[in-house]
Design a binder for this molecule. Structure first.
Ligand SMILES: [Zn+2]
Ligand SMILES: [Zn+2]
Length: 281
């Protein structure tokens, strides 16, 4: 069951703009034919949290921020165990003028850690065995990425599980990529071990994401890829032609994020219980 599906989202329209729910993304309007930041490679940040989970900004603010203050070509909103925020963002994105693509996503908690599900249009069940979740994401036509693997906190897919997935017999049980760069504290710990394991044993495409919970965090981790559209990003992942990049947050920023998350959570709770208040969306 998909949440509220916006009207007229059957497929890409003439001129390249439109939403293809079947493909799990919304294409930007009036887009150019080159990456927004110039050069040959596009930039994607596919791990962003909104107020729908533990982020501090509304999906409206996120879309505005990405348009005005970043040169990202593709983003995904990936709230914990929720896809309704991403679907709402998709609706807003399709209704406005944007020069970047928006991919529908979710951060799914499995029994072995966090997994990003991208290009999906329905929620993937949480707290299931890792193999089952990977199977479900691929069966739904999505892409599965291990979020901040090896990090002790929050729950992250560990070494043994990564090897288990690599050796799994079922053809739908695999990771499309590893999040090799994540600028948060969780991402910084075990950064070396993560790179080493992938280089020595796994050989998976490595992406960078911000895991942003505040507006200015968006784009602090990113992936460069050949092209500049959501379709290009997906093709680049498949071809392994992606590069993880970004800059780690300072300890002060980490603490500031936690403080603002707490405040936003309280405000959000208040808005949720108070009828008629949906400005947070
Ligand atoms: Zn996570
Ligand atoms: Zn996250």
């Amino acid at each position: 069951m998909v949440g509220r599906i916006p009207d007229g989202l059957a497929g890409p329209r003439a001129g390249g703009r439109g939403v293809s729910l079947a493909q799990g993304f919304s294409a930007g309007r009036e887009r150019g034919h080159a990456p927004r930041g110039g050069g040959l490679r596009g930039r994607a940040d596919m791990h962003i949290h909104s107020l729908y989970s533990d982020g501090t900004a509304s999906v409206t603010q996120i879309l505005e921020h990405v348009e005005q203050h970043t040169d990202l070509d593709v983003i995904a909103i990936t709230d914990h165990e929720r896809i309704d925020g991403a679907l709402r963002a998709c609706e807003l994105h399709a209704g406005g003028a944007h020069s970047f693509d928006l991919v529908i996503g979710e951060e799914v908690t499995t029994r072995r850690g966090h997994v990003l599900a991208l290009f999906v249009t329905e929620r993937i069940p949480a707290l299931r065995p890792l193999a089952e979740t990977l199977h479900a994401i691929h069966a739904a036509g999505g892409v599965a990425i291990a979020a901040h693997p090896l990090a002790p906190l929050p729950l992250s897919v560990g070494k043994r599980s990564l090897r288990g997935v690599r050796d799994h017999a079922h053809e739908d049980v695999y990771f499309d990529a590893l999040e090799l760069f994540n600028p948060s504290y969780a991402g910084r710990t075990r950064q070396g071990a993560r790179l080493e394991l992938n280089a020595a044993e796994l050989g998976l495409p490595g992406v960078g994401n911000s895991d942003a919970h505040v507006l200015e965090g968006i784009g602090t981790g990113f992936t460069t890829f050949a092209g500049h559209t959501a379709t290009d990003y997906r093709a680049a992942l498949l071809a392994g032609d992606v590069t993880a990049d970004g800059a780690h947050w300072t300890s002060t920023h980490n603490v500031d994020v936690y403080r603002r998350q707490l405040r936003a959570k309280l405000r959000h709770l208040w808005h949720t219980v108070k009828p008629g208040h949906d400005d947070w969306r």
